[in-house]
Design a protein around this ligand. Structure first.
Ligand SMILES: CC(C)(COP(=O)(O)OP(=O)(O)OC[C@H]1O[C@@H](n2cnc3c(N)ncnc32)[C@H](O)[C@@H]1OP(=O)(O)O)[C@@H](O)C(=O)NCCC(=O)NCCS
Length: 163
């Protein structure tokens, strides 16, 4: 499926509910502890739409992190949630390819990361089809539904993307 990314608008919010089991059921989020300017620097997101007609399919998001003290080592970790009726038609693959493309074209990042539950086969396949490589298991990484869950770590590097 051909998709397009665009900024999220207020009308999208009732449709971007998220929270469905088993991989997005995080329960109530803790209150933000940082002032907004810092929070806004660390998080971002875009709406995922059908290219033809613009139907809202879901959203991609990212959080910035840094591997050590150098600003060059800063990279986004992406996440995705599609509306149930939008799943299984290639949009997850296309959207994650598109968001990696966006970062490599418009920023200087060397690496775009993603993690997913070791049991989330759909997301693992979508990431691999989008050009990401599985790097290993991150043990007990994600608190979700009352337990810590193991995740797989994935990345795509600028060199992978350029090839
Ligand atoms: C995970 C998600 C983003 C994948 O996007 P998608 O558009 O449904 O996936 P795609 O259609 O691009 O399919 C990617 C691959 O996964 C496979 N797949 C899709 N759904 C699957 C399922 N439920 N079980 C196993 N494989 C599945 C597809 O067959 C395809 O592989 P193939 O080409 O080898 O057949 C989407 O299903 C989703 O939003 N799920 C709920 C939220 C979530 O899990 N987000 C990720 C959290 S890390």
């Amino acid at each position: 499926m051909e998709i397009a990314l665009r900024p999220v608008v207020a009308e999208d919010l009732p449709l971007l509910v998220g929270g469905d089991a088993p991989y997005d059921d995080f329960g109530p989020r803790p209150p933000r502890t940082e002032p907004y300017p810092s929070v806004l620097r660390e998080f971002g997101g875009m709406a995922v739409c059908e290219a033809a007609g613009g139907l809202l399919l879901g959203s991609v998001s990212w959080i910035w992190q840094q591997w050590g003290p150098m600003p060059e080592s800063r990279n986004p970790m992406i996440g995705i949630w599609l509306r149930p009726e939008a799943r299984g038609r290639g949009a997850g693959t296309a959207a994650q390819r598109a968001v990696a493309d966006l970062f490599f074209r418009h920023t200087t990042v060397n690496r775009v990361e993603a993690t997913t539950d070791v049991e989330n086969i759909a997301e693992q396949r979508a990431l691999e089809k989008a050009g990401f490589t599985r790097e290993g298991t991150v043990r007990g990484a994600q608190w979700r539904s009352g337990a810590f869950h193991d995740c797989y770590s994935y990345s795509i590097l600028r060199a992978d993307w350029a090839a």
